[in-house]
Ligand binder design. Structure first.
Ligand code: SF4
Length: 377
């Protein structure tokens, strides 16, 4: 199938494609009508990516400074894609799609904006004398290795531009497509600190299929962790979100941390589901449709806010500490884009290139935390 043959004709300026705010499990696909996106070159759809429309844009700038006062542990980001076909129901970035006049539901999953000139623009921005060679984080808003990357191949140019300019970088992804770039990442890691993180918060394949339907499943992501470690690259894991009553049992947490340890993950950060506005509505619709027996419990647990109750978060933090220790993960070293960069420096010092650390065999230290969930939620 020729990609060009699938180009959509731009609609008149002012059309609004944000029309898919319906039920998470039953909403019709968003219309292919186009928004007046800045720099829009064309919009394309193809049977290879059924149900997804790519809006190819030329960006004027791709190096973003995080707003002053942000709690994010990084200052600079690059996001070559807006929207994400990985379609995680819990994705916290959903609301950002409304800034483009798309909706935070099905449009986020199916109307993907692609900055086709990202690498060229980035290279120019990094060459400016004013660039301070700060750490740049990728995968902070949407996944840079979502399926579209197989077609557009933006990441190799981005990684090269960062490494060649002497800029440290970190990448967080669920996409096993990252394996394609392992040789390039190894090369980059010889030039600058490179951190890599895989997002994986459950080992239950069926649950993953239901709640993050566009992603490679847990087994595939664990294999990616192993491949990265075998390649001599550090690999942290972001084990978020842990889903109340769906992936927070002792068995689920034991399986998760045990699998991460066996795969050789160099650090892990875990935490409970966070439901910011835009995500909350979409997730609650999904829970009501797929797990109606839990809908009321989720409403009580989250109230009108974004966070699970303090009691639940404290309970979960205790279980996470216990299972991390049991599988040999230190309590202090977790995952963040800063950790990723630090991982890279630590690994370089600890393990010669190409060597693999011994598999973790945790002492099973007992934290003394009660295993039963509190009953209030
Ligand atoms: S992979 Fe990340 S960015 Fe993509 S939908 Fe899932 S949580 Fe969102």
């Amino acid at each position: 199938m020729r990609w060009d043959a699938q180009a959509l004709r731009p609609a008149p300026a002012g059309n609004n494609a944000g029309n898919s705010a319906g039920n998470a499990s039953a909403a019709a696909p968003a219309a292919d009508a186009l928004l007046p996106l800045a720099g829009l070159v064309r919009s394309v759809s193809t049977p290879e990516f059924a149900g997804v429309t790519f809006h190819e844009v030329t960006a004027k700038s791709v190096l973003n400074k995080v707003a002053a006062g942000s709690r994010m542990p990084f200052e600079w980001t690059v996001n070559p894609y807006r929207g994400c076909s990985h379609a995680c129901v819990y994705c916290f970035a959903r609301k950002s799609h409304t800034y483009l006049d798309f909706d935070a539901g099905l449009d986020f999953d199916s109307q993907v904006v692609v900055k086709i000139n990202a690498a060229d623009v980035l290279r120019k921005e990094l060459a400016k004398p004013s660039w301070g060679h700060h750490h740049v984080a990728l995968g902070t808003n949407t996944d840079p290795y979502q399926r579209a990357e197989g077609r557009y191949q933006l990441m190799p140019g981005i990684i090269r531009a960062l490494a060649d300019s002497g800029t440290p970088l970190s990448i967080l992804t669920k996409g096993t497509l990252l394996a394609r770039d392992i040789p390039l990442l190894k090369h980059a890691a010889a030039q600058v600190p490179v951190g890599i993180g895989i997002s994986l918060a459950m080992t239950d394949e069926q649950l993953s299929e239901a709640v993050e339907p566009g992603t490679p499943g847990p087994r595939a992501r664990l294999k990616l962790v192993s491949r990265l470690r075998e390649a001599g690259l550090p690999c942290g894991v972001m084990a978020m979100p842990i889903l109340p009553w769906l992936s927070d049992s002792d068995d689920a947490l034991d399986s998760l941390f045990g699998s991460l340890a066996a795969a050789g993950a160099t650090g892990v950060t875990a935490g409970a589901l966070y439901l910011k506005p835009g995500t909350r509505e979409w997730f609650m619709q999904w829970i009501a449709a797929r797990h109606p027996e839990l809908a009321g419990r989720y409403r009580r647990l989250y109230g009108t806010g974004s966070y699970a109750s303090k009691e639940y978060r404290e309970w979960l933090a205790g279980r996470i500490r216990y299972f991390k220790a049991r599988h040999g993960f230190s309590g202090s070293h977790g995952f963040s884009h800063r950790d990723l960069a630090q991982d890279a420096r630590d690994e370089e010092a600890q393990y010669p290139a190409g060597s693999i650390p011994e598999a973790r065999t945790g002492p099973g230290a007992n934290s003394g935390v009660e295993s039963a969930q509190p009953t209030l939620f």
